[in-house]
Design a protein around this ligand. Structure first.
Ligand code: ADP
Ligand code: MG
Length: 272
């Protein structure tokens, strides 16, 4: 019985929820599975419905990213930790699995540290400014004993990427890939399967099937990988470095995507 952490991205879930859930339920018959899910798109949708304007900031490097305000954190908790998390749990139950849906505060499953300050470039004046970091954080801890106990009891933990910050007693929005990779590393998982909306890492128009840690780091440093995939590769590589046997980035649109990933379809990352 292998211990497998599966991460399913937001767009992958929107497009292939049934395939993903069926595949996880199937795998949970023979393996111990933890599902970490994304869902940024759903948060955007509900923010709009609630009349909350998304805020974006631009870094001095010119990278524009989403800024999590307190109001938006609340939508994260409602839409991701609430609706989507429970919807996935119900669908898994329908397929015979025994799910338990969690956010980071539940049993202190996932701990994070808030980014206190960030440097941004003011879009009007073009001047640099330092502003509070907002409600996003870096994952700094995983309650692996809790997760092991749940797995021992036959549960399939379903985890929303919302972590608890013990310093400030608040919840924080964290990156889904990072949450999955930290959980996999902390549990020394046999495999980390990342289900996304592309076939894997594409370099010069071709799918890279095998990648060692040093090759992955070089590609990132050379700036050959675009946003989204870039962060994924960094997080996944760190997990492999810390003892996850192998990681696979694969397309959630395959039939039985978890099994395909385990077989090595997509981009497989190993120590080398
Ligand atoms: N070199 C690359 N190979 C594959 N995908 C890439 C690459 N560079 C950027 N990407 C983008 O990364 C995206 C996947 O990351 P992301 O949007 O964060 O999805 P997820 O929700 O699954 O984390 C792909 O849809 C693709 O547009
Ligand atoms: Mg992503």
């Amino acid at each position: 019985m292998a211990l497998i952490v599966v991460k399913a991205g937001g767009r992958a879930l929107t497009e292939n929820m049934e395939k993903i859930v069926t595949s996880i339920a199937e795998a949970s018959k023979n393996h111990r599975i933890i599902l970490v899910h994304g869902g940024g798109e759903l948060v955007t949708e509900y923010s709009k419905r609630l009349g909350i304007e998304p805020r974006f900031v631009t870094s001095p490097q010119g990278v524009r990213s989403r800024y999590t305000t307190r109001e938006e954190l609340e939508v994260f908790v409602m839409a991701l930790g609430g609706l989507l998390n429970k919807k996935l749990a119900v669908m898994l139950a329908r397929h015979g699995a025994k799910p338990i849906g969690l956010t980071g505060i539940d049993g202190f499953a996932l701990l994070a540290k808030r980014r206190k300050r960030i440097v941004i470039v003011d879009e009007k004046t073009r001047r640099r400014r330092v502003i509070p970091g907002g409600y996003t954080g870096k994952v700094v801890g995983v309650n692996n004993q809790l997760l092991r106990d749940l797995l021992d009891d036959g549960y399939t933990p379903v985890i929303a990427p919302i972590a608890y910050d013990p310093e400030e007693a608040t919840l924080l929005n964290v990156d889904g890939d990072q949450a999955a990779a930290r959980i996999a590393a902390s549990l020394r998982a046999n495999a980390l399967i990342i289900l996304t909306d592309v076939d894997g890492l594409i370099v010069d128009g071709k799918l890279v099937n095998k990648l060692t840690l040093s090759q992955a780091i070089r590609l990132v440093e050379e700036g050959k990988i675009g946003p989204g995939m870039n962060r994924k590769i960094i997080e996944v590589a760190r997990a492999v470095e810390e003892g996850v046997e192998y990681a696979v980035i694969t397309n959630a649109s395959h039939n039985n995507p978890v099994a395909e990933g385990l077989k090595g379809r997509g981009t497989v990352l190993t120590m080398g």
